[in-house]
Design a protein around this ligand. Structure first.
Ligand code: DC
Length: 218
């Protein structure tokens, strides 16, 4: 079974997707991590963020993989190197939406995501999973939350990673990315018509997981 979880940054998608995958013994695929890995390579190579042609060529020439570890964590590799931590840095977060809006980049990722998703029972989280990547996914969810709550959650998460960043900076990043992700021409962030909408603003992680499991098992 394919379970698609879409929604804006900070809505709790990755935490929830990881827990659901663990409970069900499914693979977890963080599709945002794939765009982040490519963004890391773009910045390392010094390619301009608006050079769509060069970035698309780089996407074709890159090997990105997601490896589920037995302890429930996910390792992201770029050309065979573990970049799981590097892709969470603020410079990546700042540029990733501009990389993800490039049509030819999305085509490369689409193929890769469909290939990885074909590995079996899988939970994928992203922005266009239920609408574009797996429109026939058996279960689709759209997780959302107030910007303020998403800001608090992301702020806490980044602090946990040792990143000192102000609440204002986090809020600005989230609203900028929401704007780019929602308004882009190709595969914008949007709820699939047949996705279950869940507002997680006032829900605990466990509460969200339980809600999803009711729909998944139903
Ligand atoms: O989930 P995340 O915040 O790690 O995602 C990083 C960026 O990648 C996000 O701002 C938009 C892009 N993205 C996308 O365009 N499509 C996806 N399926 C997943 C992420």
């Amino acid at each position: 079974m394919i379970i698609a979880i879409d929604g804006p940054a900070g809505a709790g998608k990755s935490t929830v997707a990881k827990l659901i995958a663990r409970r069900l013994g499914y693979l977890y695929l963080d599709t945002g991590a794939m765009y982040r890995a490519l963004t890391l390579k773009v910045l390392e190579k010094g390619i301009a963020i608006n050079d769509a042609k060069a970035i698309a060529a780089l996407a074709l020439d890159s090997s990105i993989d997601l490896i589920n570890k037995p302890d429930g964590t996910l390792t992201v590799t770029l050309d065979g190197v573990d970049v799981s931590l590097a892709i969470r840095k603020p410079n990546i977060t700042k540029s990733v939406s501009d990389v993800a809006k490039i049509k030819d980049v999305r085509e490369v990722m689409l193929k890769l995501q469909r290939k990885l998703g074909g590995r079996g029972n899988v939970v994928l989280d992203g922005r266009d999973i239920g609408t574009v990547v797996f429109p026939k996914a058996e279960k689709k969810f759209y997780l959302d939350a107030d910007l303020r709550e998403r800001t608090n959650r992301r702020h806490k998460e980044l602090n946990g990673l040792g990143q000192e960043i102000t609440l204002n900076a986090v809020e600005l990043d989230l609203s900028n990315r929401d704007k780019i992700d929602t308004n882009r021409e190709f595969a914008p962030l949007k709820k699939a018509e047949d996705a279950v909408y869940i507002d997680t603003t006032f829900l605990s992680i466990e509460g969200v997981v339980e809600k999803l499991l009711v729909f998944i098992n139903g």
